[in-house]
Design a protein around this ligand. Structure first.
Ligand SMILES: *Cc1c(COP(=O)(O)O)cnc(C)c1O
Length: 383
């Protein structure tokens, strides 16, 4: 029996003594925010690490999403996925935009590109897909549709830190991509986020937008917001960057261990990531199908009783929340795949520092619950 609960993630925290010199420098410089030296350095180092041209840091991923929509002057309707964290579609409502939900693909859990075209109306101006679990969307097909209809594409890449497809950063697709550096994500700055943008001109406009719209001391060019990342956050990110490769390797090892132990388990399906993708192992979603002897929620409760706090990401669907459920596109009948996946998914613990014994324990619990319930149902009826 575990004594301490095991959560699905635990923040990547570099050794405290390594952080002290950064703080000393901040105290010495007395520059706390507004694009200070650590902010500039982190923008450069991250762009280089991720293999992208330009990057604008933000105080969190949600403000990055809100600002990305502002930067491209998106209006009217935006096609998006119901299978995500609620911040994805909240960013649309905050901008006075109408989300149009389309169903997902059952294998990738990402927006189904085949369903996008039929959702386009004269009011549609953009597509907001999510690289769910860091597994890339069908970026080529989405771009073809966007080009054909003259739409912008903004990727919510909150899960996709460091992910590459055919050697190219997945963050370089579409018009803009946003990252989240929240404590629960693969790379964190405690709270934080970024917009990946293709050129210096766009970066400049986004930099105005995250600083109230100021273009210079006396000129305000847009209804900007305060989205600036501060120096303590940026310094934390610089230190974290030194540890990220090791953390990603650990994630890969843990994921591989789960896959080995879970292979062939009846009724448990794992996420399939295409061979041309260098994944970041951000999550460990399993699908508890009808072939598993008990329901997903029964497994979830059983793991919890044993101090394994799995999470149902993403359940419930965004479309079930009160601010969305009245929309025509939120109707259950139009989103059967998302409904089904949402009712089957369970994310298991995966993070650097998770002991291999804990992985073994989680898998044993999944197996033992199945055995127990099969035995119970096989009992002969004695009258
Ligand atoms: C975490 C997350 C966000 C929000 O990022 P914050 O940095 O927490 O504001 C947005 N979209 C998705 C898919 C996320 O997982």
């Amino acid at each position: 029996m575990n004594t301490k609960p095991v959560y699905i993630t635990s923040p990547l925290l570099p050794p405290l003594e390594e952080f002290v010199p950064y703080l000393e420098e901040i105290w010495q410089n007395k520059v706390l925010t507004n694009g200070g030296p650590f902010h500039q350095q982190l923008e450069q180092e991250l762009a280089q690490y991720l293999g992208v041209e330009h990057l604008c840091l933000f105080t969190n991923g949600t403000l990055a999403l809100l600002t990305a929509l502002q930067a491209l002057r998106i209006t009217g309707e935006v096609i998006t996925t119901p299978y995500s964290f609620v911040a994805t579609s909240h960013s649309l409502l905050w901008n006075g935009l109408t989300p149009v939900f389309v169903d997902i693909d059952p294998v990738s859990c990402n927006i189904d590109p085949e369903k996008i075209e039929q959702a386009i109306t004269p009011q549609t101006t953009a597509i907001l897909p999510v690289h769910c679990y860091g597994n890339p969307c069908d970026v080529e097909k989405i771009q073809r549709i966007a080009d054909l209809y003259g739409l912008k594409v903004i990727y919510d890449a909150a899960h996709a830190f460091g992910v590459r497809k055919n050697g190219r950063s997945v963050l370089s697709y579409g018009d803009l991509s946003i990252l989240s550096f929240h404590a629960t994500k693969v790379f964190n700055t405690i709270e934080g986020g970024a917009i990946i943008c293709p050129d210096a001109k766009t970066k400049k406009r986004i930099d105005y937008l995250k600083n109230f719209g100021f273009a210079d001391e006396t000129t305000v060019v847009a209804t900007g917001i305060n989205g600036k990342m501060n120096e303590v956050q940026a310094a934390f990110g610089l230190l974290q960057l030194k540890h990220i490769d090791k953390a990603l390797t650990e994630r890969e090892e843990i994921q591989a261990c789960y896959r080995r132990l879970l292979a062939g388990t009846q009724g448990i399906r794992l996420l399939e990531v295409p061979a041309d993708v260098a994944w970041n192992n951000a999550y460990l979603p399993i699908m508890v199908t009808d072939d598993y002897p008990v329901s997903r929620d029964a497994l979830y409760a059983y793991l919890r009783e044993n101090n394994i706090i799995a999470r149902r990401y993403f359940y419930p669907l965004i479309t079930s929340f009160p601010m969305y459920r009245g929309l025509t596109s939120a109707d259950e009948s139009t989103l059967p795949v998302a409904q089904s996946v949402s009712n089957q998914v369970l994310c298991l613990p995966v993070y650097p520092g998770l002991a291999i014994e804990e992985v073994g324990k989680v898998v044993s619990l999944i197996h033992s619950l199945a055995e127990q319930s099969l035995k119970a149902s096989a009992l002969p009826l004695v009258v």
